[in-house]
Structure formats: C-alpha cells, structure tokens
Write a protein of this length. Structure first.
Length: 241
C-alpha cells in the first residue's frame, strides 16, 4: 500500500505528504503542495518524489506552469518534475546553481535575481525572501485561500499526517523532537538556530505577519489549520518586536 497522503486542504490547494527521515533516523515527514491558479494551471512546490500517484493527481488538477523550491535544501526532486513538465518555469533560490544538475534550467532565483523580480504568479501568490535565514527560505502567501506555504520557516512536529499511512512512526526517541512546534520554547529555539540574526530576519518575518492567512502548509510537520497567524506569531515572536 502506498504511504502517500493526498489531501485537498482548501479548495484548489492540495498537499502530498509522506514519510521522510533526517539524520537518517529522525522523522520529519515531507510534503509537496499544488495550487490551482485562476487560469487553470498549477503552481507546485516540488519537495517530495515524483511518483506515479503524485503525477496522476497533479495532472488531474491541471497543467503545471511553475515548479518552485522554497529554499536551498529542497532541490532533490526539481529535475524529476522538470523532466515531466518541461514547459514549466523552475523557480529556486540563490545557491541552487551550485546544487542542482547543470541540465536543469532555472527560470528564476530568489536572492540572486534583482530584488522585486516578478515570476508571473504574484497577483495570486505573494512572496518574501529571507536572505539571512540558514536555508535561504521563501515564504509564499496564496491570497485566495489565506494560506502560507513554506519549507523550513516553521515546523509542527510530530508529523502525524505524513506517517498516517506508513508502518513507520511519526515520533522519535530524540529528546524534544515532538515539541518542535510553534507553541513551545523548543520550537522557538529550533528556529532561532536557523535564524540567528534577529535584526536581519525581522523584516521578512514582519511581512509574513502582515499577511491575512489562517492556514500554514510547511514541508515538515502537520498542516496548521485555523490557527496559522497565531502559530507564526508564536514561533517568530522575538523577531516581531
């Protein structure tokens, strides 16, 4: 049986969640996100593998127009998706030019392209780049669904949904693992290790806080529904002062 969990979180917003280990024994879970844009095309955060089940659902949603990596670490599946959808624009971040296959053409890179560069989806999806964050993350805001989409700017462990169809466990023996979430000092400390420069990360963090979202879809951890703004303001509290 497949361990992939496909869910329409909100109308026009689908997640693809499955087990993923770091270190290599710590359950993080992994998640891709597909959003159907107003013209019927798909904006895709490609973070998990491009297997047949995933591709079948994406094709059902619509033609892929954008393949996005929300930080420098989430690049392993970019080429696979680009090979399947060669007409799609691949948008990454600074540093991807050193990590991805030279055969993969990047149509844009946050942090490398001039500030203010537009990639074509900004009427529906806003973005802010965190240049001082360890993984060079981008936060995306889908206005119609009031959803924040990000990679490593927020975590919500344990990743129960990603492991809900797996024989593996969502929890770990590692002390504090299940407490890496927005409402604990463990979670805030974890983010603090990735966002060490409070002043430099404060600006983009405040931009995110100004957006009108209630849901957060991250790459690792359970989706936060209804309490999205509260979760962001809690995990990023020291940067919002």
């Amino acid at each position: 049986m497949s361990d992939l969990v496909i869910r329409e979180v909100k109308p026009g917003v689908w997640t693809f969640s499955r087990p993923f280990l770091r270190a290599p024994f710590v359950p993080f879970g992994g998640r891709s996100t597909a959003i159907k844009l107003n013209d019927g095309s798909v904006w895709l955060v490609a973070s998990t593998r491009a297997d047949d089940e995933t591709i079948a659902k994406i094709n059902e949603i619509g033609p892929v127009k954008y393949i996005v990596s929300p930080d420098v670490e989430h690049h392993l599946s970019l080429k696979a998706y680009s090979d399947i959808y060669p007409e799609a624009k691949v948008i990454g971040v600074i540093g991807h030019e050193l990590k991805v296959s030279p055969e993969l053409k990047l149509s844009g890179q946050y942090g490398k392209d001039p500030e203010g560069t537009l990639y074509g989806y900004e009427d529906e999806i806003s973005a802010v780049f965190f240049p001082a964050f360890a993984n060079k993350d981008v936060a995306f805001f889908h206005k119609a669904s009031k959803t924040l989409i990000t990679a490593d700017l927020i975590f919500n462990f344990p990743p129960k949904e990603a492991y809900s169809k797996s024989k593996e466990h969502a929890t770990s023996w590692l002390p504090g693992h299940s407490k890496i979430n927005p409402w604990t000092w463990v979670g805030r400390t974890f983010i603090g290790g990735l966002a060490k420069d409070v002043h430099a990360n404060s600006g983009p963090a405040k931009v995110v806080a100004s957006w009108d979202f209630d849901t957060i879809i991250m790459c690792h951890g359970d989706v936060i529904e209804g309490r999205g703004k509260e979760a962001w303001n809690s995990m990023w509290s020291k940067y919002l002062k």
